[in-house]
Design a protein around this ligand. Structure first.
Ligand SMILES: Cc1cc2nc3c(=O)[nH]c(=O)nc-3n(C[C@H](O)[C@H](O)[C@H](O)COP(=O)(O)OP(=O)(O)OC[C@H]3O[C@@H](n4cnc5c(N)ncnc54)[C@H](O)[C@@H]3O)c2cc1C
Length: 327
């Protein structure tokens, strides 16, 4: 590992000043960054530890918006009575991720910024446009079982690995960020990006920006939501396919639906057309099957991941049945 400097930021302003310089990276829980440094995938000159910043709170404002600080731990958020009552989908998604030990270290901001688990990205002897732009993509013709079926490019077919982010995309959360230029809000669905010609960029966070938290608007999904994660092992494994489903149901009819998938794209994949198709329909298996078929339009499999073309629609139907309480 390349030698690096380490410092602790004591104020948000000092963290922002520190990360404005090139070669400086934030460290929060360290559960992803340290692995990447050990493997030589990234080699910052300096780490700024932000764990002393006051960004750990979870609170509800008068408008019913849930505010979660960027340093709130994945375990704390998943067990928070406020989150369980207001946004249980988020708690379910977090509990499906990693292991209890990892969730005790991992933060909300770090979870959003975690990098793909594509084996070619981690293996510095292999080509990877995400790690080294212009070097090629080992996964395109390689072992691509875990890879994307939506929104791919000929430069990258990696997927975003987070569970939490799939729930936040479905819930239409917003990300608050700060830098020397001030503060701004990024809609969650615009935070992560598709690979296109620049797979090295995972998201739309600008250089020098610090994530300060996420905000989830008041909604009526708490009663009817579900996170379904399908993976090779029941715990401690990344999703082959996951689905965050949230419904507002009135007398058996769907008023509003929110759906997002994980394990299928370079970003949490919102299923807008399927959501539209569900509105006004009865909350039954037939509607859910139709929505699942609509959701799969434009999906494309590769040599080893074509099973996802069948697994994904089945998972959507199953998640919706659980959300509606008819599973
Ligand atoms: C074995 C294993 C299994 C896992 N399984 C899963 C799983 O099933 N599902 C899942 O979702 N995740 C899983 N994870 C990933 C885990 O959730 C992430 O490693 C974790 O969420 C990262 O958070 P962190 O605070 O440790 O980030 P760090 O490792 O500290 O940082 C990660 C990145 O985020 C940046 N960063 C951190 N905070 C901020 C901020 N506030 N503003 C701007 N940038 C910031 C850092 O600079 C770095 O680039 C697994 C990890 C491991 C090691």
């Amino acid at each position: 590992m390349k030698p690096f400097q380490y410092t602790k930021a004591v104020t948000q302003q000092s963290a922002i000043e520190a990360i404005a310089k090139p070669g400086v990276k934030i460290i929060a829980g360290g559960t992803n960054l340290v692995d990447l440094m050990k493997r030589g995938v990234t080699a910052p000159d300096k780490l700024v530890d932000i764990n002393n910043l006051p960004l750990k709170s979870i609170s509800l404002d008068k408008a019913g918006q849930l505010h979660i600080g960027a340093l709130a731990l994945n375990s704390t958020v998943s067990e928070s009575p406020l989150v369980l009552e207001q946004q249980p989908l988020l708690a379910m998604a977090l509990k499906a991720g990693a292991s209890p030990q990892l969730r005790n270290m991992a933060t909300v901001g770090g979870n959003m910024m975690q990098r793909t688990r594509c084996a070619y990205f981690y293996d510095t002897t292999m080509p990877c446009n995400k790690r080294q732009p212009g070097s090629g993509c080992g996964a395109l013709e390689g072992y691509n079982r875990m890879h994307a079926i939506f929104g791919t490019s000929n430069k990258c077919i990696a997927v975003h690995p987070s569970d939490m982010c799939v729930a936040l995309a479905a819930l239409g959360a917003e990300v608050t960020v700060s830098s020397r230029k001030g503060s701004r809000v990024i809609p969650f669905t615009d935070f992560h990006r598709l690979p296109g010609d620049h797979p090295e960029k995972d998201n739309t966070l600008a250089d020098g920006e610090l994530i300060t938290g996420v905000v989830i608007s008041n909604n009526k999904f708490a009663k009817n939501s579900y996170y379904l994660k399908i993976r090779d092992r029941q715990s401690y494994a990344f999703a082959l396919v996951s689905v965050a489903a949230a419904l507002e149901i009135n007398n058996g009819t769907i008023k509003e639906a929110r759906l997002a998938m994980g394990g299928v794209a370079h970003k949490p994949w919102r299923l807008y057309d399927a959501e539209k198709a569900l509105a006004g329909k009865p909350a039954n298996e037939e509607s859910f099957n139709q929505a699942a078929q609509i959701a799969m339009q434009g999906a494309k499999g590769y040599q080893f991941n074509s099973f996802k073309l069948k697994l994904a629609p089945a998972a959507i139907t199953e998640a919706l049945k659980h959300a509606a309480g008819i599973a």
